[in-house]
Each structure stands twice: as C-alpha cells, then as structure tokens.
Design a protein around this ligand. Structure first.
Ligand code: SF4
Length: 627
C-alpha cells in the first residue's frame, strides 16, 4: 500500500504507481499509455511523490492547458489526508494572475515577453510613482500569510487568486514566493520547455533540473507543441505593421547606410518572389539559404554585414519598445520582432528546420521545426520524467521524437468493462480525396450512412469530420437539416466562449447532435460522461491535407527513423480518432458505440474496429432498439 495513493486501488493502478515510482527512484524516464479510468493524475502523483519523499526533490506536473491544474490541487488535497503535501500552480501573466491586466484592456493583447518586460518596469516604481500597487503590497507578512494558506488549505488556482485578491497582492508574484515550500508544482509546458522561462522557474523553486521529477500530462501533445514552439513565422500583415512603425519612428538607421524600411522592403520582395517562384499549393518549400543570399544581394553586403544590419534593426526595435514601456504601454515593436525572426531563421542551419512560403489572404515565410528532440532536453536532464497519455501508443514513436532512447515503456489498459464500448467500421466508403470527388457514389453513400446511423437511435451523438473543409461540404449540402434533430456545430474559428456555450447546450439537450472535427477542441480534452454522448460517427480518417509541411515531416521521419508515413501521418491520425472515440466512455458505467465511415480503418493499428456491412442494425442492437 502506497500512502500517497488516497483511494482504494482499481485494477492496474497499483502496478502503475509501482512502475512510476521505480522509474523516479532510479532516475529513469518512463513513458506510459493508460486507458480511461486509470486515474492518471492520482497515480502519477502517488508514484512520483513517494519516490521524492525525504530527498528534497520536487514534482513538476506539466499540462498543456490550465484546466488540469485544478485536478492536481484536488488530488494533492486528497493525499494530504494521509501525508501532508503542499502544492502550488504557476500560470503565466493573464487576467486571472495579473490584476493590472484585468484593469487595463490594452495589456490583454500582450505577448508573454512584452508583459514580462512591462511588469519588470512597473515593479521598479513605488505605488505613488506609477509602480504596480499589487507588487508593492507583497510584504514579508503577506507572503507568510500565503504560505500558511497554501499549507493549510491546498487551494486550487482560483482559490489562491481569490485569497491574493483579498490581501490586495499580485497572485503571479505571490505564487513565486511560495514555490520553495511546494512539494508539487503544476505549470504549463512553457515553464519547462521554453529555456528563457525555465531558468527563472527553477530559480523561483530553488532547485536545479537534477532535483525535479517531471510529469508530462497528455504527452501525446508534446511533440507537436515543441515543433510549433520552435517554429518561427512572419506574415505579410506583420511586414506592413513593421513598415508603418518604421515610418512613424523616422525610419531608423540600421547601419551600412541602410534604414529599417530598406530591410522590410527587401523581405517583402523576397516573400513576393518566393510565392511566384515556389508556391504551387497551400505552402511550399523554399531552398535553405534563399533568404540570406537574396538579402545579401539586394542589400549589397556579405554575411557579416547582414548580421550587423539585423543587429541594428534589433537595436532600433528595442529602443522603440523601451520608449513605449516608459509610457506604461506594452513594449511592442514590429521591427524588433522582424529582427528576431530573421536572426532565428539564419540560425536554423543544422537540418532541424525547413523553410516554407505560404499563400492565402496573409502570405508568410516560415522556418518550420522538424526535430523537437532538442527542445525536449529538460526530459533528459531532469532527475526523472514520466510521460503519460490515454493515447500515446506507439510508445516508441514518442520516445524517438523526444530523444528518450532508453525509456521504460508500458501500456496499461482501461479497468472498465470492454463490452461497454464497441467500435465498428464500414468498407465501402472513404474520404480519400479522389474517392470523395469521384462519380462512383462515395459522397452520397457517406451522406446516407451519416443520416441513417444518427437517426436510427435517439441518443446524444457526435459526428466527427476529418477536416473543416469536408465538414463544410456536408453542411452546405443540408446535412444538419436532414438529421431532423437539434444540431450544434463547431464552426472553424469559433471563439472559446461561444464554443463552450454550444457544448453546454449539447450536453443539456438530450438526443441532440454535435458536429465537429477530429483533432479539434471538442474531440480532445472535453468530457461527455453518462448519456451526454453515447454514439460517435467518425467520417473518414483525419490524415491531414497533403502539404509541404507534411511532406517535409514524412521525409524527416523516413530519413531518421525509417518510418516516414507511420510516424508523420498514420500515428497522429489514429491518436486523433482514439481521442474522439474516447469521449464516449468517461466512467465505469458509461456505454457507447463508434462507427468509422472509412474502409482504411482496417489498416490502422490501435483502433480495434470490427467490420460491419449493416451499421444501422448494429447501432440499434447496441441500444436495444427493435428493428
Ligand atoms: Fe501584473 Fe503582478 Fe506584474 Fe503587477 S507585479 S504588473 S500585478 S504581474
């Protein structure tokens, strides 16, 4: 019995705690998939905390979104009934952690870097001279009060914020002061994987990497998160803003007889030329060195001169940002951002990135990261890391992507009755582009399947499409009206508040239909327990639209791991489908059935789908509806 696990064990949980604990004690990396109902948060905390006990080490629980921090606080409170555990949640500056931002709408647009700079400036002043009053209110007494509150109450982030609000202190600064006393710190991925934030984060906690056990929640998101965070992009719109800023600020001198506008115009011309020369589809590759060589030719200088000019642009942008900061404005400069982008682009020479040009309403130049393993370094240098998700298999793909070559891996099945869920597929349709657009009746058969399956039973149903484009085509063809039920749609670009309103309405309207996309915000991260969702129809396989980005990733995975298609396309598609199907079963008594409308389902490991020629009868039989 592990005293850190506060509940009676369900099947698998004791083995999971032991697996995690052993890895953490031995200082190894563990990678595990654990099915619904295995209680990943409680299990991982029990394993990691029992390994850290008495060593002075801390457990850092990383999540992609803030919502999971509350669950960590709840589990730590439950553990504290047996063994005292202090937990704290660190969140970036936002309206919930920075009271000044709540009061000043202009600040709400700021990037983390801009907010950090402005905050540093405001912390220098005293309350009467325009400094931050919430920072000035942080005294030895208020810090002591926060520490006692965290120790005695184990608050979740909202409760801690309310407590700070009552004291009149800044929650963001206050939580930094309590971190040295916390056994468990929950934070978003950026706190460990952004090197600029990581060093400060470790300093606040008062530990080195060697003294922390990292738990990565929903780890299937981490490779794509790291690829995106290591990708740099500059758009036509941002170039226009940079040019306006240059004009407003007297077109600063950037060295070598050039002005900021000369660099901006040169990059604008490169974007235009690259579109003409290389763009044949949504995005396309441009040759490595194209940007630097063209810039050197156009500006008439060698590589050293170019670096000096970019340093001049960087300095000019920094001065503009500083001047804004002194007026209590966001320290924003588009010249600074352009200089950072170009310098980053020129550093990407080790083959870890490819260079792209994209078209559309707002064309862009992009240095796209293929290899996220460098950014995953914290997993390899900390005391131990635990990566877990309900949809992480094949585990070796994750290990290869993250550079965890000798990790301990294990798959733990869901303890729930497997008969409560069925997954079927049909073999006479597909959303493969050529078939969907052929005149062999594929589109009509798909449409008929969706309508007949959804209308066969009056249970709450989700229809998952492989992309917004395919979803729009069916909607424009009257799918929602043909269903004859209340329908809610996850439209492209819908705001979070509006989306949550629709989800709530779907949950409250028994027997309604939710139309959404596989891999979207609904299919990952939202729970629909009990009768909130009992039937899922997956229209096609979400392989992703062919693009230069996808081709580059396939080539990279093929060259590096000899499995281009599998790692870059097949495995992500299967994970998205498993996440969608996973919405059906969230607790022990949930029952649900999923139907995949695509013959290619039989080629995908991990779906465990059974072939059917009559999905309507199968769905009716599952819910006990008479034919
Ligand atoms: Fe905002 Fe706190 Fe910084 Fe003040 S000290 S600006 S309240 S984050």
């Amino acid at each position: 019995m592990n005293g850190y696990f506060p509940y009676p064990y369900r099947p698998c949980q004791e083995a999971m705690v032991a697996f995690i604990r052993n890895a953490a004690i031995l200082g190894r990396n563990a990678v595990l998939e654990s099915g619904t109902g295995t209680g990943k948060t409680a299990v991982s905390l029990a394993g990691a905390l029992s390994a850290a006990a008495g060593t002075g080490r801390k457990v850092v629980y990383l999540t992609r979104t803030k919502s999971q921090h509350r669950q960590v606080a709840i589990e730590c409170r439950a553990i504290s009934a047996n063994i005292p555990v202090v937990s704290a949640a660190v969140q970036g500056r936002g309206t919930s952690t920075c009271p000044l931002m709540r009061e000043d709408r202009d600040l709400q647009d700021g990037s983390p870097e801009e907010l950090s700079k402005l905050c540093s400036e405001l912390k220098k002043g005293d309350g009467s001279a325009g400094g931050c009053p919430y920072y000035q209110a942080i005294t030895a007494e208020s810090v002591e009060s926060c520490i006692s509150f965290i120790r005695s109450s184990g608050p979740d982030p909202e409760e801690f914020r309310d407590y700070c609000q009552a004291l009149g202190v800044c929650p963001y600064e206050a939580v930094k002061k309590v971190l040295p006393y916390a056994d468990v710190v929950s934070a978003s991925y950026a706190f460990m994987f952004d090197p600029r934030i990581r060093s400060r984060f470790l300093g606040w906690m008062g530990v080195s990497e060697k003294d922390i056990i990292i738990i990565v929640d929903e780890a299937h998101n981490l490779p794509s998160y790291l690829r995106e965070s290591e990708t740099a992009k500059f758009t036509r719109h941002a170039l226009d803003l940079a040019l306006s800023e240059a004009r407003r600020s007297g077109d600063p001198d950037v060295g070598h007889g050039l002005h900021a506008s000369d660099v901006i115009n040169a990059v604008s011309d490169i974007l235009e030329e690259a579109q003409k020369e290389y763009l044949r589809r949504e995005n396309d590759l441009i040759p490595p060195g194209y940007m630097e060589e063209t810039l050197m030719t156009v500006l008439g200088m060698n590589s050293l001169g170019l670096k000096e000019v970019l340093a001049g642009l960087y300095d000019a942008g920094s001065r503009i940002a500083e001047e804004r900061k002194s007026r209590r404005k966001l320290p924003r400069s588009h010249l600074y951002t352009l200089a950072r982008f170009l310098l980053y682009w020129m550093e990407c020479t080790d083959g870890s990135h490819v260079f792209l040009v994209s078209g559309g309403d707002n064309p862009a130049l992009e240095a796209y990261c293929l290899d996220p393993s460098d950014a995953a370094t914290p997993l390899r240098i900390c005391r131990s890391s635990i990566s877990m998700s309900g949809t992480l298999a094949p585990l070796q793909d994750y290990c290869k992507d993250m550079g965890l070559w000798e990790a301990d891996t294990e798959e733990f099945p869901s303890p729930f009755n497997p008969d409560n869920r069925r997954t079927l597929y049909v073999a006479d349709v597909s959303t493969k582009y050529a078939e969907l657009n052929s005149d062999d009746g594929t589109y009509e058969r798909l449409r008929r399947y969706i309508i007949d399956i959804v209308n066969s039973v009056k249970v709450s149903t989700a229809v998952f499409f492989p992309s917004y484009a395919v979803m729009q085509r069916f909607l424009e063809d009257g799918l929602a009206e043909a269903l004859g039920r209340t329908v809610f749609v996850e439209e492209p670009g819908i705001g979070n508040t509006e989306l949550m309103d629709r989800v709530m309405a779907f949950r409250c309207t028994a027997g309604s239909v939710l139309i959404c996309v596989c891999g979207g915000r609904i299919s990952e991260g939202l729970d629909f327990p009990g009768k909130e969702m009992e039937l899922a129809v997956l229209v096609g396989i979400p392989f992703g639209r062919p693009s230069a980005r996808q081709d580059a990733l396939i080539s990279y995975c093929q060259a590096r791991f000899a499995d281009g298609w599998g790692m870059a396309v097949r495995a992500p598609a299967v994970r998205k489908m498993r996440q969608s199907i996973g919405r059906l079963i969230r607790s022990e008594n949930d029952r649900g059935i999923a139907v995949i409308l695509d013959r290619r389902a039989c080629t995908l490991d991990g779906l465990e789908a059974e072939l059917t020629t009559d999905p309507v009868s199968e769905v009716k039989a599952f819910f006990g509806v008479q034919e």
